[in-house]
Design a protein around this ligand. Structure first.
Ligand SMILES: Cc1cc2nc3c(=O)[nH]c(=O)nc-3n(C[C@H](O)[C@H](O)[C@H](O)COP(=O)(O)OP(=O)(O)OC[C@H]3O[C@@H](n4cnc5c(N)ncnc54)[C@H](O)[C@@H]3O)c2cc1C
Ligand code: SF4
Length: 325
């Protein structure tokens, strides 16, 4: 690991205005330290932001606010979340391990980097790690890669489970900029597709911090499910995941939400399938049709054609599970 200076942030204004290109913030460190050990991230200075940011989950009239320093495990134990936003807890519990969830912060979870194997292997070309060097996965080992929304420059997928539930629930990310002002980025605009700049994962402005995450009040708490298909039951990232949520009146769907991980460079919403489900009876026939509608748009690569059927199955299962949870 390259030597670096370590400081503890004492004030937000000073921390933000003093940040240089070679400075990196550290929260739980569960992703950043791995990146540093593998020489992918090589900051000159690490600034510990853990005492600068809220570790509270606060309820308000329009929803809840999760502070950036709330640990992932805290989200899964919070009474209000378990009652009113259980999809968030279900998604987090499908990821990592209890030890990692105890360290990982909400803000850091949103900014964790892809698990594309070439990104972690500094002997191979990778446009995300070294812009302009090429993409080893596009013609290489792309079993884990994207099936939608990718570009020739990068076919990596977004790794988080929490973010898939946040996308389904129409969350928003509150960021504090260097001028001390807070602004809000809708979750659907926070993560980026790779296009010709795959090195940029998000639209978080330079010298800004994630302050908190807002989740609006919703009627999905009774009928929601998270399905994650992966190679192993723990310590494995999604091949395909689905966050599904239904607002039901009797057995009629008032509103549906469907989002996926493991398929694209950002959490992916299946808007057409959601629209199709609106007003329909919640039954297997309609769930199958919605799944087929989502899967028709995907374009698998050489080694991940299996993800298309897997996606359909995961959507059907997640919707079915909404009726039993
Ligand atoms: C073995 C292993 C298995 C895992 N499995 C899963 C899984 O199955 N599913 C899953 O979703 N995740 C998984 N993870 C990833 C884990 O969830 C993330 O590493 C974690 O959420 C990152 O949070 P952190 O606080 O540790 O971030 P850090 O490592 O501290 O930071 C990550 C990045 O975010 C930046 N950052 C952190 N907080 C802020 C902030 N408030 N504002 C601005 N920048 C900030 C840092 O500068 C850094 O660039 C796994 C991790 C490991 C090591
Ligand atoms: S898919 Fe993206 S992260 Fe993976 S090698 Fe290609 S450019 Fe790098």
């Amino acid at each position: 690991m390259k030597p670096f200076a370590f400081t503890k942030a004492e004030s937000l204004p000073k921390t933000l205005s003093a940040k240089k290109e070679t400075t990196q913030f550290i929260a739980g460190g569960t992703n950043l330290l791995d990146l540093m050990k593998k020489h992918i991230s090589q900051p000159d200075e690490l600034v510990d932001i853990t005492s600068m940011l809220s570790d509270k989950i606060e309820a308000h009239k329009k929803g809840i606010r999760i502070g950036a320093m709330v640990r992932n495990s805290t989200v899964t134990l919070d009474a209000n979340i378990l009652t009113n936003y259980p999809l968030l807890a279900k998604a987090i519990l499908a990821g990592a391990s209890p030890q990692i969830r105890n360290m990982a912060s909400a803000g850091g979870n949103l900014l964790q980097r892809t698990r594309c194997p070439y990104f972690y292997d500094i002997t191979t070309p990778c446009n995300k790690r070294q812009p302009g060097s090429g993409c080893s996965a596009v013609e290489g080992e792309n079993r884990m890669s994207a099936i939608i929304g990718y570009s020739e420059q990068c076919v990596a997928v977004h790794p988080s489970d929490f973010c898939i539930a946040l996308a389904a629930l129409d969350a928003a990310v509150v960021v504090t900029q260097s001028n001390q002002k807070n602004s809000t980025i809708p979750f659907s605009d926070f993560h980026r597709l790779p296009g010709s700049t795959p090195q940029q994962d998000t639209n978080l402005p330079a010298n800004a911090l994630i302050h908190s995450i807002e989740i609006p009040v919703n009627d999905f708490h009774k009928n929601c499910a998270y399905v994650k298909v992966r190679d192993r039951d723990s310590y494995a990232f999604a091949l395909v995941s689905v966050a599904a949520a239904l607002d039901l009146k009797g057995n009629t769907i008032q509103e549906a939400r469907l989002a996926s991980g493991g398929v694209a460079h950002k959490p992916w919403r299946w808007y057409e399938a959601e629209q199709y489900l609106k007003g329909k009876e919640a039954n297997a026939v309609h769930f199958k049709e919605a799944a087929a509608m989502a899967a028709k748009d995907v374009k698998p690569l050489a080694h991940n054609g299996f993800k298309k059927l897997m996606l359909q199955g995961a959507i059907e299962t997640a919707l079915q599970n909404c009726l039993t949870t």
